[in-house]
Ligand binder design. Structure first.
Ligand SMILES: Nc1ncnc2c1ncn2[C@@H]1O[C@H](COP(=O)(O)OP(=O)(O)O)[C@@H](O)[C@H]1O
Ligand SMILES: [Mg+2]
Length: 261
């Protein structure tokens, strides 16, 4: 079963500033996890470190995917092992349709899984799987033939992102729902995609500072993230407590000073 284990993860910026200060978290297939924290708490830094972004240095701890230590692997190697990061979103690519973008993403994955030898997906198989995914996610047919990101709305970009996720069938998906510009339709698209795809084959970690995405995704686990650390964990009720009390209630003083250092 798919499993992402984050153990005592510390992440620093290039200038040495520590941003993520010891995170322990396990996400398994069939589970929806939410990390919620205020702006600047280090959520995206955690997501980038999980992805393998070279600007974020893991100074301590480890990341295991299905028991394999991937801490030292490159971003693409992590992706090919089944870790999907939704913000790895391509910028506008002139002349490339959504369909051909998705096909090349799949073929890159197949090539990597085939020891570096090309192993392109047969067109009929690709078509079938694309149509199935579009139907499942209620993506309008016409989107597939449009040029990638060419005048796409926030909602359309999210649709392609979720479609890409459905086609690549990751084992663990990490979605960094960076706030700005995400309208309610885009949020709903992400939420229904996550709800549709999480199952025996996939688990998801949704990172957000907005409680409202959780009106659509019912997380099984909520992790409150403040100043580089998980300061509280629980079920969906925690998200509601957050909404009512704000993050202040979860700062070290607020939780009773029980934190070590
Ligand atoms: N590439 C970077 N260069 C400089 N500072 C960064 C970089 N990435 C993150 N930071 C800093 O790290 C802190 C945490 O940022 P971030 O991880 O984006 O938080 P969040 O996603 O929770 O809003 C902030 O102080 C931010 O300015
Ligand atoms: Mg962020």
């Amino acid at each position: 079963m798919a499993k992402l284990e984050i153990r005592n993860l510390h992440v620093a910026l290039e200038d040495g500033t520590e941003i993520v200060k010891g995170v322990d978290l396990t996400v398994s297939a069939n589970e929806k996890h939410a990390i919620m924290g205020p702006n600047g708490s280090g959520k995206s830094t955690l997501a980038y470190a999980l992805m393998g972004h070279p600007a974020y240095e893991i100074t301590e701890g480890e990341i295991l995917l299905d028991g394999e230590d991937v801490t030292e692997l490159e971003a693409d190697e992590r992706a090919h092992r089944g870790l999907f990061l939704a913000f790895q979103y391509p910028h506008a690519i002139p002349g490339v349709t959504v369909t051909s973008f998705l096909r090349s993403a799949i073929n890159a994955q197949r090539k990597a899984r085939n020891g570096g030898e090309d192993d392109p997906i047969p067109i009929p198989e690709f078509r079938k799987s694309l149509l199935e995914a579009m139907e499942k996610l209620k993506v309008p047919r016409e989107l597939a033939s449009r040029y990638l990101n060419d005048g796409f709305s926030g909602g359309e970009k999210k649709r392609v992102e979720i479609l890409q996720m459905a086609m690549l069938r990751p084992r663990i998906a990490v979605l960094d729902e960076t706030d700005s510009g995400l309208d309610i339709d885009a949020l709903k698209i992400v939420a229904s995609g996550v709800n549709e795809l999480v199952g025996p084959e996939m688990g998801a970690l949704v990172i957000t500072h907005y409680q409202r995405i959780l009106n659509y995704i019912q997380p099984d686990f909520v992790h409150v993230f403040v100043d580089g650390r998980i300061v509280a964990e629980g079920g969906p009720e925690l998200a509601h407590r957050l909404e009512a009390e704000g993050y202040e209630a979860f700062t070290p003083a607020g939780v009773g000073g029980g934190e070590t250092s």
